[in-house]
Design a protein around this ligand. Structure first.
Ligand code: UDP
Length: 311
């Protein structure tokens, strides 16, 4: 296959490039480098099965040659990033998804949208099943990301139903691993960065809010299987093992022998911060025979190792 991956210089986009290349496919990676970095794909430079195009997919998009699949992963994805770039976030979810779907139609390519657990907002159903419609505050701080992704899902299904495009939607839950940006503001790089500097970990609010962390290689496996399946409705991919942010902080401190402890901090993002989050992955289990295999301690060890060289 020849595949286009948007957001190729980002955390997940770059891992996807690696995976498709390892399977013997040709990859065109596209990124405008707003929040991604070519460091993540530097190891692919010079390969004749990989091509990088610096481009902003919110503009009219065309690519020479055949395409078998498009994976649309371009978007600021951490709360700090989408608060810094609210309009770009809305544009890449709306215009960027429209343009990449248009290209999929032109090329008769399969299309996979990177959606998110954020479409469930601050969920009133727990764990979240794919048929839960969500509880999103349109004008809250997270609204720019949540609504962009909700629109992206809607237009993806519209292209599927109207133009018969072969589409997939993956709803990604909190994922972590090497190539996250140390300063992206998310809890994993924040805590590991602080721990490696012997600083206290900044727990926002009282730390009782929960998340369920999935290691990146598990997520990439789920996405690959989803693309190869024939299922058009959204599929949750994430690790259901849920914990409070306070427990997560204690685990990071233990794994790093951090003498710094914990401080509680009020943060702008507490407004609208989902109180619970856990994927129901029955659909992925049944359809894709997929489930996560990397436990949190193993995944964190690898991630800590990666950040050690960067702190
Ligand atoms: N969080 C925290 N301290 C930090 C960064 C984040 O307590 O330094 C909390 C944040 O309030 C949220 C959770 O960790 O409840 C996960 O935040 P993240 O930004 O990683 O992603 P989210 O799941 O909220 O999109």
């Amino acid at each position: 296959m020849r595949v286009l991956i948007t957001g190729a210089a980002g955390f997940l986009g770059s891992h996807l490039c690696d995976r498709f290349l390892a399977e013997g496919h040709q990859v065109v990676g596209m990124d405008n480098l707003l929040t991604g970095t070519t460091d993540n794909i530097a190891h692919l430079a010079g390969r004749d099965d990989f091509k990088f195009v610096k481009y902003d997919v919110t503009n009219y998009l065309y690519l020479e040659g055949p395409l078998d699949a498009i994976l649309h992963f371009a978007s600021p994805a951490s709360p700090i990033d989408y608060l810094t770039y609210p309009i770009q976030t809305l544009k890449v979810g709306a215009l960027g998804t429209h343009n990449t779907l248009g290209l999929a139609k032109e090329k008769n390519a399969r299309f996979l949208l990177a959606s998110t657990s954020e479409i469930y907002g601050d969920p009133l159903v727990h764990p979240q099943t794919e048929d839960y419609a969500g509880n999103v505050d349109t004008i809250g701080p997270r609204g720019v990301y949540d609504e962009a992704k909700r629109y992206a899902e809607a237009i993806t299904m519209a292209y599927h139903r109207t133009h018969d495009i072969d589409t997939r939607i993956v709803r990604i839950f909190n994922t972590y691993g090497p190539r996250m940006r140390l300063d992206d503001g998310r809890v994993v790089p924040n805590f590991i960065g602080q721990a490696l500097r012997d600083e206290p970990l900044t727990v926002y609010g009282d730390g009782s809010q929960t998340r369920s962390f999935c290691y990146c290689s598990d997520l990439i496996e789920g996405i690959y299987r989803l693309l190869m399946s024939d299922f058009n409705d959204p599929v949750n991919i994430g690790n259901p093992s849920e914990m409070s942010i306070l427990e997560f902080a204690q685990l990071v401190n233990m794994l790093t022998d951090n003498p710094g402890g914990i401080v509680y901090k009020q943060d702008l993002r507490i407004k609208g911060d989902p109180q619970t989050r856990q994927p129901n992955i029955e659909r992925a289990r049944n359809l894709l025979s997929w489930e996560p295999t990397v436990d949190l301690t193993t995944g964190l060890h690898r991630t800590i190792q990666y950040f050690k060289d960067r702190v």
